[in-house]
Design a protein around this ligand. Structure first.
Ligand SMILES: Nc1ncnc2c1ncn2[C@@H]1O[C@H](COP(=O)(O)OP(=O)(O)O)[C@@H](O)[C@H]1O
Ligand SMILES: [Mg+2]
Length: 328
């Protein structure tokens, strides 16, 4: 169990307390996370090969990469749970692992297990204590966490009776206790069904509304696309690209459209936009110039068509993502 706010720091006390003294003042202006050439080698394996990145306050930042890319290693370094082999990491204005700063960080580990004999409510109360929250605030904090992750009706049930998805939600609830300024989620939806994934997205967007910064590890392109303001794509311990997904994916080259109210081959006069082909109820438009999708939609509407749906061609996004990963 490596919940950040009570695990012992791997960095020496001295290193942490220096940052702690400056933390409060330096913290406000600083980025949420700033790393410079951060590296981690295990015997014979380079888990992280020089990561430099900046996460702004208040954004939902995706750390997107395939399994084994180094995402969990980066998170452990940010939390001070493992020592870097080189480079630097600052979190909320203090060196990674700083004890005081860790109180402001919520963490959902990739793998965790709560004791099966505790109820969901007991797990949350226990973590309120571990966090050092003022006692009189515990009931409200626990109630809010249960509500937010949708476990209120099962609050009294033992964790041992919970499905994987429910345990994941409870982990998310623990990460939200104490209104953290930064929430780090390591593959939060990997064990979840579509409903659970939707719930996690809702919680993340709610956190952003409240001004928290969210750092989200994921190997799911779609997840990053749906909730992240910006992403760093990581592969083999290296950042291969950073930006909004729209920037990284270089605009949408191809979309699927569902249009009603026009003749079956409604696109006949619109071939200037690209190449059109029918696919069941849908029409696939390929080779659309970046930024031209709204113009295409406007042209369809101007002809009296009703645009029921416009969907970026997913295969194209995945291909672009794979291209990024394949780059030297
Ligand atoms: N404690 C460890 N000892 C040895 N190798 C490790 C350790 N932790 C991670 N690695 C290796 O570092 C690489 C990155 O792992 P990880 O950070 O878990 O990737 P991700 O979270 O992106 O799937 C992998 O090759 C993994 O096997
Ligand atoms: Mg991982």
């Amino acid at each position: 169990m490596s919940l950040a706010r009570w695990a012992e720091p791997a960095v020496p006390e001295g290193a942490g307390s220096v940052g702690g003294a400056q933390g409060a003042d330096a913290g406000r202006e600083s980025p949420a996370i700033h790393t410079t050439d951060l590296r981690k080698h295990y015997r014979g394996t380079t888990a992280l090969a020089g990561l430099s990145m900046t996460v702004r306050r208040g954004e939902v930042f995706g750390f997107l990469g395939p399994n084994g890319a180094g995402k969990t290693t980066a998170v452990k370094l940010l939390l001070g749970l493992v020592r870097p082999s080189g480079g630097e990491a600052m979190v909320l204005g203090a060196p990674a692992g700083d004890r005081e700063t860790r109180r402001q960080i919520g963490y959902l580990p990739e793998l965790f297990r709560f004791p099966g004999w505790l109820s969901a409510r007991e797990v949350l109360f226990l973590h309120c204590r571990l966090l050092g929250l003022a006692r009189e605030t515990h009931p409200a904090a626990v109630g809010e966490a249960l509500e937010t992750v949708g476990l209120a009706p099962r609050a009294g049930d033992k964790v041992g009776t919970f499905s994987k998805g429910m345990q994941q939600r409870l982990g998310l609830g623990v990460a939200l206790l104490g209104a953290p300024a930064l929430v780090i989620l390591d593959e939060p939806t990997s064990a979840l069904d579509p409903v659970g994934r939707h719930d996690v997205r809702r919680v993340v967007l709610d956190l952003r509304r409240r001004g928290a910064t969210v750092f989200l590890n994921t190997h799911l392109l779609e997840e990053a696309q749906q909730i992240c303001d910006r992403v760093t794509v990581i592969d083999r311990g290296r950042a291969v690209a950073t930006g909004t997904l729209a920037e990284l994916l270089g605009g949408v080259a191809s979309v699927r459209l569902r249009v009603s109210g026009l003749a079956r081959t409604w696109w006949a006069g619109l071939t200037g936009f690209g190449t059109f082909s029918a696919a069941g109820e849908w029409v696939v438009a390929e080779g659309i110039a970046p930024g031209a999708v709204p113009d295409l939609v406007a042209a369809i509407v101007a002809r009296g068509g009703r645009v029921e749906a416009v969907v970026p061609e997913h295969r194209t996004l995945e291909e672009r993502f794979l291209e990024l990963l394949a780059a030297p």
